[in-house]
Design a protein around this ligand. Structure first.
Ligand SMILES: CCCCC/C=C\C/C=C\CCCCCCCC(=O)SCCNC(=O)CCNC(=O)[C@H](O)C(C)(C)COP(=O)(O)OP(=O)(O)OC[C@H]1O[C@@H](n2cnc3c(N)ncnc32)[C@H](O)[C@@H]1OP(=O)(O)O
Ligand SMILES: CCCCCCCC/C=C\CCCCCCCC(=O)OC[C@@H](O)COP(=O)(O)O
Length: 272
């Protein structure tokens, strides 16, 4: 009986292996499916640990989440080359902005996430089962992207609480995933918070995934991601009139860095 199960198990694994070799779509679906299952299972386990250790929703839970997610890279053969970690050593709160390519970004986020840092996320994430639970417990700030006024209100509240509670806030200013190897125009919310709170903006850039991950061509292999944490941009003395300039400055610096890290020739572009 046990030998029977072993044979069946081996046969199924072999079949999956052959299918993955033969069809990039099957390979892609299985690897992405595995990533989602891993996120769901790990979130359930991490949620239990967070509740036991910290008792409820707090940024302290991000340390537990970070430790768990940092193991994911070994399952997918993803390697990170990180530069500029010293730029996170800003005393007190800051806004961190980075490019957003895929759900795989959670690995890159947790690879470099500083202590006391929460992310801004779309409210729909709350309804993704255990992943929703872990994002809630980690202190993620949920916004409704379909209502600009409500999102702006939440963001303005963040500008006040991040200073009072001494937390850093991580925002994806493109506002959505974009895996084209370029940046989408930046939304201004992150830069409004930075100016309202008078805290620095720290740009973080991940090299393009397109050489090893591309949902359009169903590519998902192992690969290297270069990460660069750029020097903080001060906002002391800036007012809401300066937000557009600040946004453009960050956009241009990050786009140049993205192209450099991805080995692509640079070209200037306006963020709007
Ligand atoms: C253990 C196992 C775990 C497994 C799982 C792993 C990890 C999970 C755990 C934790 C990690 C969670 C990480 C979650 C990441 C989720 C990522 C996302 O969800 S990205 C999508 C959501 N984020 C964003 O959208 C942020 C960026 N968007 C913005 O900043 C936007 O500006 C906005 C505030 C949302 C509003 O957008 P909208 O399109 O509606 O409007 P505009 O941007 O065009 O702005 C209109 C107008 O308003 C002005 N404005 C904007 N914000 C403000 C403000 N705060 N104050 C004042 N004015 C503001 C803006 O300037 C525009 O005016 P104008 O055109 O005149 O300049
Ligand atoms: C009971 C309900 C069960 C629901 C099951 C849902 C299955 C989803 C499970 C795992 C997914 C892992 C997701 C990890 C978190 C990723 C965060 C993220 O990258 O969100 C995308 C968001 O930034 C932008 O969204 P859009 O590009 O605008 O779209």
């Amino acid at each position: 009986m046990e030998l029977g199960w072993l044979l069946w198990g081996t046969a199924v694994l072999l079949l999956l292996h052959v299918l993955m070799e033969l069809s990039p779509s099957v390979n892609f679906a299985l690897r992405i499916g595995f990533y989602c299952v891993l996120c769901l299972v790990a979130s359930g386990l991490a949620a239990a640990a967070c509740l036991l250790v910290n008792g409820g929703r707090t940024v302290k839970n991000m340390r537990i989440i970070r430790a768990v997610v940092r193991t994911f890279k070994y399952f997918f053969g993803v390697r990170f080359e990180v530069k500029g970690l010293e730029n996170f050593k800003v005393e007190g709160p800051a806004i961190i902005v980075s490019n957003h390519q895929s759900i795989l970004d959670m690995m890159g986020l947790m690879e470099v996430l500083p202590d006391n840092c929460v992310q801004v996320g779309k409210k729909e994430l709350m309804y993704t089962g255990t992943v929703g639970l872990i994002t809630y417990l980690g202190g993620v700030i949920f916004i409704n992207r379909k209502s600009t006024s409500s999102a702006k209100m939440v963001m303005s509240e963040v500008a006040k609480t991040m200073v009072a509670e001494n937390v850093k806030v991580w925002v994806y200013p493109e506002g959505t995933r974009n895996c084209t190897g370029d940046l989408l125009p930046f939304k201004k919310g992150a830069f409004h918070i930075a100016v309202q709170a008078q805290v620095p903006v720290i740009p973080v850039v991940y090299s393009s995934f397109t050489t090893f991950y591309n949902p359009k061509t169903k590519l998902f292999t192992s690969g290297k991601i270069k990460v660069e944490i750029l020097p903080p941009i001060e906002t002391k003395g800036l007012t809401s009139d300066d937000v557009t300039d600040l946004t453009d400055r960050c956009f241009n610096t990050m786009r140049e860095t993205l192209f450099r890290l991805s080995g692509r020739p640079s070209e200037a572009k306006d963020s709007s």
